[in-house]
Design a binder for this molecule. Sequence first.
Ligand code: ARG
Length: 458
Amino acid sequence: MEKMWAGRFAGTLDKEADDFNSSISFDSKMYREDIRGSMAHAAMLSAQNIISVEDADKIIAGLEEILSDLDSGKLMFNLDCEDIHMFVEAELTARIGDAGKKLHTARSRNDQVALDVRLYLRRRTNELIELTKKLISVICDKAEENKDAIMPGYTHLQRAQPITFGHHLLAYASMFVRDIGRMEDALKRMNLSPLGSCALAGTTYNTDREMVAKALDFDGIVINSLDGVSDRDFCLELMSAYSVTMMHLSRFSEEGILWSSWEFKFIELDDAYTTGSSIRPQKKNPDMAELVRGKTGRVYGNLMALLTTLKGLPLAYNKDMQEDKEAVFDSIETLEKCLSVFAPMIATMRVNRENMYKAAQGGFINATDLADYLVRKGLPFRSAYKIVGQIVAECIAKKTVLDELPLEAYKAHSELFDNDLYTDISLETCVEKRISAGGTCAASIDSQLCHIRKFLKN
Ligand code: ARG
């Protein structure tokens, strides 16, 4: 296939160099965006009398046909074309003749690709937001079912204080709500059209960039043409938002993996989301959760790769920038798959309340409540804290727990202790008394659920 620039060249491009240079194998994903952008551009060119109405009509009709043929599979990408932009233009010209050759007036592939990537990322990120919302909704349902399932809350992976499983799950829901916020913020900032920046300096034609921007649902235009073609910040911002979402999924995965181990047995993942071992018949492995945790690394890697690619680039377009697409596409597809498998994995997991409760009974996780008991009876917190520390040490030595230590033993530490201490340090009381805003009691969980579900509705 003859190159568009063949006129200036005496020789042809080496075959291997041609393959190396080509991006159509991956940027063809943006064919819808490329075609939509070209339609808006053609309409603007004719509105501004840069091309005739007849030519614009032919171009738009031709592009519509190409779009539907690609959608239906009637038309295949020609991998001999360097990229999706060249492919669409060549196909259009083959179909409608000379009018097709007018489409590229007053634009460059540099602003075209910047436009396509923005349009593509906008669509795909909105899909990721929907998937994240689905996950949040699944988490909310699980949390509601388990708002009275008592488990140990941990710090340093040491049992710390009793909480409910519902409360623990809703911590993740809050993280994913923020993740959506980060994606939406980035979308807002990037929703400006670079088209019309042309190669780098703008154009001598009397274009109407605002018209194109409006037709493509942008909030406005990029105001500097050099910036318009050089900027890939929006890729970085989104990839960073995706990375944080992956980090949250990865922490959640890690907990799921721990909780489903024989050592914890707090949950059991459904057969649909676990695998067996080829040699050990007893095994049930949390592969999906592990893969999500593992794939987090590649999403971080994509972000680092593009940051590094961009850091030394002079303005404006450099071919290095073609590297943006594989990185950001891979991050999108990875996050998409992770979210898609994660939501049903959480929806179908079984919760072993008994084991959670049993774990909560060990580890003196009601010790803070015992100290608070003494504070209510008039002791300063630090003194109460010290006494309870001594009682815990005594329990450990006697191989017993706070709930079973007899009252006389308590009284030996402080006369303030009475029989009511036992109800005060029961796990149920410990949880239900955490009434501070955002705490683990059932009323707080209800209010968290209400807050998050309201967010999902808007
Ligand atoms: N395939 C190119 C990319 O993805 C399109 C822009 C090409 N521009 C150029 N001047 N070579 O970045």
